[in-house]
Structures are given as C-alpha cells and as structure tokens.
Design a protein. Structure first.
Length: 148
C-alpha cells in the first residue's frame, strides 16, 4: 500500500481546507490526520475544539488525484467504503469532502444542479421527495412518537 509523501500530505491538507472555506461556510476549518496511506478528514464547526465532526477517510492509491473514499458512520462508529457524488469509488480529496459535507451539512432545501446518480447511472430520489410510507412497516405507521 503506497504512503503519500510529506509534501503531498501538506498539499492535500491545504487544498482541502481551502476548498472547504470556499464551498462549505459552516466549517471553520478542515484538518487531515494521517496514518499510513489513510487521511482522516475532520471538520471544525467553530473555533472551539469540541465542535468537530468526523467527515470521511481518504486512502492514497499512488496517484495524487485519485483517492479511495469512505464515509464516517456515527451509527457504527466506523468508516464505510462509499461512492462519491459522481458515482465513482475514487476521486480527488475535494470530492470526498463535498460528498461528506453534502450528507452532513447541506441545507435540506437546497437541490444539486443535477440529480445524484447511483453506480448504474439511475437518478437517486432526493430525500423527502418520495412517499416513504410504503417503506415503513405497517405496524409502525400509527405508532405515536414519545414526547421528549
């Protein structure tokens, strides 16, 4: 497994942080911590260190513009291999950042310029656009929510 050089790591750190500052104003900063061929992207939502969000993991494959991508899953407290917004499994780290931020930070009212597509090229239905009642087991449809 190839390991990125120190120079490449610094370049990716600066590129990703700059891209985040231009595209994702909710993020104060994005840092990359390195372990072997893996880079772990963390977003800072404020200047305080305790307001962070794990975003994704990138894996160096030997090409500075082609990295594997895994999304952070809080539900499992782990990273899961995933596809980028363009449907590819690999791409530039900025694409990994955009994919993770679209999932975790995007305004639900905003729509992408083009519909998102799966690996077969089929359009994905935007969240909230479909009637999901058919996906919910009928026994749960009329269960009242607990008051908090």
């Amino acid at each position: 497994m190839p390991v990125p050089s120190r120079r490449l790591k610094e370049l990716i750190e600066g590129t990703v942080d700059h891209h985040a500052s231009q595209r994702w104003p909710a993020l104060e900063e994005v840092t990359v911590s390195w372990r072997g061929s893996y880079g772990y992207l963390t977003g800072y939502l404020s200047e305080e260190d305790d307001h962070t969000i794990k975003l994704c993991r990138i894996q160096y494959l030997g090409d500075p513009d082609d990295w594997a991508f895994a999304i952070w899953q809080a539900s499992t407290d782990s990273y899961a291999d995933a596809v980028l917004l363009d449907g590819h499994r690999t791409g530039h780290p900025n694409q990994a950042l955009d994919t993770a931020c679209t999932l975790y930070l995007a305004n639900p009212d905003s729509q992408p310029a083009e519909p998102l597509k799966d690996l077969r090229g089929a359009a994905l239905v935007p969240f909230g656009a479909a009637d999901l009642s058919s996906c919910v087991p009928k026994i749960l449809v009329n269960v009242p929510l607990l008051a908090s």
